[in-house]
Design a protein around this ligand. Structure first.
Ligand code: SF4
Length: 126
């Protein structure tokens, strides 16, 4: 049975310090993290190596509203590999005003289990 050793580098995005993280892993399992200045950085390194995830923030078309586009974001992070698909799904979405901040505008986007929510009120035009 062969053992695969991995060595990877990540930039922590947990705070403006931007610590440079080093990860050692064996067969995909993280065995050591270096370069972090706090617990959050260590957790980020493990997550980034095993299951990288990102929030998606964008705007979508909306009919009948005071403005033509509504800012939205995913309520939680989605797998990094699905970010482009989620952005494409939101590009194709067309909503109807009014919408309130926090409203779910797309539930369980692409089966990720994550909802997309409005990040501001968008009242009717008038
Ligand atoms: S490891 Fe901690 S201190 Fe360093 S960038 Fe990440 S969150 Fe900030």
């Amino acid at each position: 049975m062969s053992t695969e050793l991995e060595h990877a580098h990540y930039l922590c995005i947990g705070c403006p310090l931007g610590c440079r993280l080093e990860v050692d892993a064996i067969d995909g399992e993280v065995v050591e993290v270096r370069g972090h200045s706090c617990k959050r950085g260590k957790e980020f390194a493990v997550q980034e190596h095993t299951d990288p995830r990102r929030f998606v923030t964008t705007t979508v078309r909306i009919e009948g509203g005071r403005w033509p586009r509504l800012p939205v974001k995913t309520a939680d992070s989605v797998p990094k590999g699905r970010v482009e698909d989620v952005a494409r799904a939101l590009h194709e979405l067309a909503l109807t005003a009014p919408v309130a901040m926090g409203d779910v505008v797309l539930a369980d986007v692409l089966g990720t289990g994550v909802d997309v929510v409005a990040t501001r009120d968008l009242p009717l035009r008038g």
